[in-house]
Ligand binder design. Structure first.
Ligand code: ADP
Ligand code: MG
Length: 255
């Protein structure tokens, strides 16, 4: 298998809702070891794109390849089993459960054969086994949510909720993590901590697509940025290039 093979290759993806074209022929790749930032004004189609990639919705046309395998027709559970995990723009947790319970539920979707580095102290977790409490505790430590372990999810503050949602996503042992505005509602220092968490997730061997409104976070955390506007990619390049791209500036000023 080629090592330069993209993690994710989206080609000519189209998503139509009734009379509205939310995505129009969107093509881009996520490469190995990369954090890809996804930005664009409200309604640009960012969440729609993550929904299509994660199998939450079925794309109208086009293809999505994950490690060379076509996934655009798969159910979200099948996409998750192949190693795609995500968080949502509005946090989704099992609010009546504790944080630990949330993680154990998250661990029910698993990927055999690939173990991110932060789980490597637990090589005894074999294919087909349920996620263990020990494994959940490793993820709690990794995401700095250990103190929340036995708290009910509904009692957490916004930042704890965001991190727990990421922790639950990591319990599936993803190869790729999709984050939809994870810094929404966070203050500056929380946002900086989140950037560090994203960096350590990438360092653990998980590739990341990050949707973010906070421009500083996006520019700092991303190796490359794709800009969507009205369902069309208007720019794709390194952060310093995106920052002074006239089409990007215009899309934001005009919105
Ligand atoms: P973003 O995340 O970039 O703010 P979205 O992907 O949420 O934008 O939305 C893109 C466009 O698609 C918007 O016009 C939105 O109203 C529309 N849209 C998204 N999901 C649906 C849906 N399930 N049904 C109808 N329209 C939708
Ligand atoms: Mg969105």
């Amino acid at each position: 298998r080629r090592t330069d093979e993209p993690v994710l290759a989206v080609r000519e993806l189209k998503q139509v809702f009734g009379g509205l074209t939310a995505l129009e022929s969107v093509s881009f790749e996520l490469r190995r070891g990369e954090v890809l930032g996804l930005m664009g004004p409200n309604g640009a189609g960012k969440s729609t794109l993550l929904n299509a990639v994660s199998g939450v919705t079925r794309a109208t046309a086009g293809s999505i390849e994950f490690y060379g395998e076509r996934i655009e027709q798969l159910e979200s559970s099948a996409v998750a089993t192949r190693g795609v995990a995500r968080t949502f723009q509005t946090v989704r947790l099992f609010w009546d459960m504790t944080v630990l319970e949330n993680l154990l539920v998250g661990g029910h979707t698993r990927l055999a054969g690939f173990v991110p580095k932060f789980l490597s102290p637990f090589p005894f977790v074999r294919r087909g086994e349920r996620r263990t409490v020990e494994e959940a505790e490793a993820v709690l430590a990794f995401t700095d949510t250990w103190d929340c372990r036995d708290r009910r999810a509904s009692s957490l503050d916004a930042y704890q909720q965001r991190r727990v949602e990421i922790a639950r996503a990591l319990m599936t042992r993803p190869r790729m993590l999709l984050l939809d505005e994870p810094a929404a509602g966070l203050n500056e220092s929380e946002t900086r901590d989140l950037a560090r968490l994203i960096a350590s997730i990438r360092a653990a061997g998980v590739d990341v697509i990050l949707i973010e409104h906070d421009m500083d976070l996006l520019m700092t955390a991303s190796d490359r940025i794709v800009v969507l506007d009205h369902g069309v990619i208007i720019a794709d390049g390194p952060p310093d290039e995106i920052r002074r791209n006239p089409a990007v500036l215009e899309a934001y000023l005009g919105s």
